[in-house]
Design a protein around this ligand. Structure first.
Ligand code: B12
Length: 335
């Protein structure tokens, strides 16, 4: 009779909780190359207005600085590739496109309780008083670099963590813990991006550059969600009908095409958030915005930013119909 290791029990429990993949790495700092990439990215202003990326850099690169005494990081992935039937046929003159990660309830709210459950399981199973830090996106932690080290996949030219079978459309989450667990080896699979270049060609604004650099300041995801104030007209016209986030570099990836859709009845789909009715968004008040987007990732943009994006999408829709104009796009009402 073979007895199961603690690590295997943790992985089985993570999968039983609903995650699609799980791996374990130690809590040492990310590799020097990754630290250098992050520092260069920050130094050259590529983070734009995302001031939070400049804070707590020592924690972002070192899980043990995030949680004192950390020994291990359990990294989970959750697929969000939607079923093809999810896309709705709505008038592109009246509605605008939302990135697929926001077609569901907020993944932070979905993943965090499951990671707490996993932590409880480990505590009960070992009988020890280990400490845990639950991380999903917003905690300063280099999630992609740790996911590679935990064996979950490889970083593509589109900068996504690409899982060998699940593809790039996976959310990441971590349990940083003082429990000493046997790490998995890093992922040996390579995404073989070198001769592809589809994501670079698909990026509407040149945010993804031929040398693999990523300038968030030009990224439509950044511009529509994180950037406050005016969007330069040159970039605004390239947003086309995108009102929240962008999937161009992800959907162009061959690994995305080959991946299975995420299992149904997990992350709750929000059909009303696949495309947004532009007049409805312009008519929202601070109060109605909060109730309309409660529990949705779209809430992060805030009303003023979303309305600014709608005005750009409306102008772009008019341009598609009547030819180019050169409006200036301002975000009225943000203090
Ligand atoms: C800031 C941020 C953004 C910014 C900046 C994106 C960026 N590329 O940096 C904006 C708002 C633009 C953004 C957009 C998106 N984001 Co975002 N974002 C983050 C956040 C909070 C930090 C990312 C970061 O550290 N950036 C700094 C740069 C320097 O890091 P990086 O490009 O990832 O590179 C690191 C490693 O990958 C490695 N590396 C880089 N290049 C290479 C090359 C090789 C060969 C190797 C080996 C390593 C390597 O070194 C770097 C240092 O660690 C993370 C959550 C987190 N806590 O990590 C989510 C996260 C990266 N985002 C996520 C998602 C889903 C998205 C979007 C798809 C959403 C959308 N559809 O609009 C897009 C994708 C854009 C893209 N192509 O990256 C997921 C990605 C999951 C995945 N499978 O990779 C994350 C992990 C959130 C989560 N918990 O699921 N995001």
């Amino acid at each position: 009779m073979t007895s199961m290791t603690l690590e295997q029990e943790i992985k089985d429990r993570a999968l039983a909780l609903g995650f699609d993949a799980v791996g374990i790495t130690d809590a040492s700092p990310i590799a020097d190359d990754d630290i250098a990439r992050l520092n260069a990215w920050l130094r050259t202003g590529r983070a734009g207005q995302m001031g939070y990326m400049h804070r707590n850099v020592e924690k972002r690169i070192d899980p043990a600085a995030l949680l004192k005494g950390a020994q291990s990081v359990i990294v989970v992935a959750l697929s969000y590739k939607p079923d093809g039937s999810a896309a709705t046929e709505q008038d592109p003159q009246k509605t605008a496109a939302v990135a697929q990660y926001a077609w569901y309830e907020d993944y932070h709210d979905f993943m965090k309780p499951l990671l707490f459950e996993l932590a409880d399981f480990i505590g009960e199973r070992t009988g020890r008083r280990d400490r845990f830090k639950v991380c999903v996106d917003s905690v300063p932690l280099a999630e992609r670099a740790l996911a590679v080290r935990a064996g979950l996949g490889a970083i593509g030219t589109n900068h996504m963590l690409i899982h060998p079978t699940l593809g790039p459309q996976v959310f990441l989450g971590e349990l940083v813990t003082t429990a000493a667990l046997k790490p998995d080896g890093p992922c040996r699979w390579t995404a073989q991006c070198a001769t592809c270049g589809r994501c670079i060609r698909a990026c509407p604004t040149g945010a993804l550059q031929a040398d693999g650099e990523f300038d968030a300041q030009r990224c439509i995801s950044y511009l529509t969600i994180e950037h406050q104030g005016d969007i330069p007209a040159e970039l605004a016209t390239k947003m086309s009908e995108r009102v929240f986030g962008c999937d161009a570099c992800v959907l162009a990836c061959p690994h995305q095409h080959d991946a299975p859709v995420c299992p149904p009845a997990r992350l709750r789909p929000c059909p009303n958030n696949i495309r947004l009715d532009m007049e409805e968004i312009l008519g929202l008040t601070a109060e109605s915005f909060e109730s309309r987007f409660a529990g949705s990732p779209i809430r992060r943009a805030g009303l003023a930013t979303l309305q600014r994006n709608v005005r750009i999408c409306m102008a772009n829709a008019r341009d598609r119909t009547y030819g180019a104009t050169n409006a200036s796009f301002s975000e009225q009402g943000r203090s």
